[in-house]
Design a protein around this ligand. Structure first.
Ligand SMILES: [Zn+2]
Ligand SMILES: [Zn+2]
Length: 204
């Protein structure tokens, strides 16, 4: 798509975070104030919607979603938010964050540099949440998810049910079970809602 067309689309976007910044930007219609650029084209090219959208499939702009967690400005309030932010951390190579949100009992010899390298050397293709359990008031919870990534020209599906616990007040990843048992549509939902799976998280 020609840049001019993108500019038009961006200008008319109703995405959260776009309209406000576009109309209130002090340096012209396409600039955020924190980007010191006199070049409208350069500045604008940083803000095509795909660049802004978070990695974690939330459909939210990255700065409004996982970025504050990855930068240590906020702690994830529940297991689902932490799971999403850790996926974004792999996508962006935020190794320090992955260490920070990993229980020391199960982290073993992994370090930030190794996790950063692992994240950046992988082509991540998407995250899907199967179910999640755990509120800000809880001390443990679970998130089941599917992650796709490319490895040697083939797509790999990672299906895991992860356990999250509180450690020193914050949520951390503890451990995970790969390829967990399938939940039937008429079985109780594993999120502990008391509903049948087909009427609860299966509808995601
Ligand atoms: Zn996110
Ligand atoms: Zn459920």
């Amino acid at each position: 798509m020609p840049k001019a067309r993108q500019a038009f689309r961006l200008k008319s976007s109703n995405k959260p975070g776009f309209a406000k910044s576009v109309t209130n930007g002090p340096k012209g219609p396409f600039c955020f104030s924190q980007f010191p650029s006199d070049s409208g084209i350069l500045c604008f090219s940083l803000f095509i919607p795909n660049v802004m959208q978070c990695h974690c499939d939330s459909k939210q702009p990255f700065p409004d979603c996982c970025q504050p967690f990855l930068e240590g400005r906020l702690e994830a309030p529940d297991p689902l938010t932490l799971m999403r932010s850790r996926y974004s951390a792999y996508c962006t190579g935020a190794g320090e964050y992955l260490v920070h949100t990993w229980h020391p009992d199960t982290l073993e010899k992994l370090d930030a540099a190794t996790l950063r390298e692992s994240g950046l050397s992988t082509e991540w293709l998407g995250l899907n949440i199967v179910f999640s359990r755990g509120t800000p008031a809880d001390t443990e919870g679970e998130v089941e998810f599917k992650v796709r990534y490319r490895e040697h020209d083939r797509v790999v599906l990672l299906h895991e049910r992860s356990r999250f616990v509180r450690f020193e007040g914050r949520w951390v990843y503890h451990s995970g079970l790969h390829n967990p048992p399938k939940t039937g549509p008429n079985q109780p939902c594993p999120c502990h809602s008391g509903k049948k799976y087909k009427h609860c998280c299966n509808r995601r």
